[in-house]
Design a protein around this ligand. Sequence first.
Ligand code: TRP
Length: 467
Amino acid sequence: MAFILAAAASAIGLGNLWRFPYLAAQYGGGIFIVIYLALVMTLGFTLMTTEIAIGRSTLQSQLTAYSRLHKSFGFLGLIGTLVPLLIVSYYCVIGGWVVKYLVAYAEMVFGNANLMGEAAADSAAFFSGFISAPFAPFAYSLIFILACAGIIVLGVKNGIEKSNTIMMPALFILAIVISVYVICLPGAKEGLAYYLIPNTDSLRAADGSFSIALLAKTILGAMGQMFYSLSLAMGIMITYGSYMRKTDCIELSVRRIEIFDTLISVIAGLMIIPGVYIFAAKSGLPIKEAMNAGPGLMFITLPKVFASIGSAGPIIGLAFFALVTFAAATSAISLYEACVASLCDHIRIDRKAATFFVGSLIAFLATFSALGYGAWGHITLFGWQFLDFFDFVTNSVIMPILAALTCIFVGWILKPKAIIDECEECGHTFKSRRLYTVMVKWIAPLLVVAILISEVIRALFPSLWSI
Ligand code: TRP
């Protein structure tokens, strides 16, 4: 249970609460959920099982696990170790935004301030004002990094596991309370139907004909989201697997982690999408436009939803951002810890010093992302802000390359049997043997290469992608 809780704490994060709802809203609601579930149960299952089994059989963290299995694949571990560092540096910046919103809602509830109410500054202005401020985004990400460092310094048992046993149940309870509240609001039905009942409307072109391109885009979107949400293809799950006992069942644990993670994503949509429908109907905003808010859905549209539900709005907002803060913190801690653990394993350095060193590095890298929308807005990398660039390089380039090479290595060189045998160490038969073998050899590498190609096309030729 401690293992599943720890892995779930790593997996459940901004990906579930911020990314999943806006993608689901954009890509047609119910149909996106169906495709997402199918991918989690097949592709996600295959990759997570592979990573955990590699970790448990080598007893190494990601940096050295691959070289233990095969000399020429050791470089995969090195790439896998760099990714958490790059991700955590921008993750903490978004974590800082979330803390800013938590503070703002606390001010609204306790100080009766009117920061984002209907009469006050528009939430879009609030958001862009904050992220483009000269210093505030950096200060808030520093607060977030320091809080994570405080927990990491205490160690895995006293710091990380203890904080998980408080934050994770709190997260579940808040998610359920808020979603029940939103679903019970008048007018929520329509949004609920869009979100839960699959139909193919979103896959039809303007003339009503079925569009393969739209279907491919939806599948690719769901696939990228699945990798991100389950913390896959970064070696994180290898490190987690190395802590697992031989008597624990890998297959069962993977299924449970997937269920927890997906449940929170689906509940996040239940909190947000019906709310956006109610708000759109009240304010006369076309629903299509509201649903296409993208990354701004949580930071711009949602505060408007809270403002539109009257006096309870700020309280619900405060609870919501407390929930997001918990989820973001547990994931950031897992990323941060992966870097600290790699360092402690390979260099003789004390945990406190390693936490300080990695924290300083994260803070340094975070500065670029934090100030990239404001003070340093004029500096771009290949036309991108720093945050978007880090996100693209990690999630769209390194991650698919790493995942594809891992599948090719396991499917063709190590052979799936090695992984299946590791999964059967606990004494249970591995039920998904056929599914696993076909996925890891053929389907997973193809799908993952498709992500890579499509992401590169999207980056280089945005106009082609929008067709
Ligand atoms: N899964 C996390 C989320 O949903 C994000 C994430 C991606 C992550 N890779 C990770 C977290 C590795 C911890 C470790 O927000």
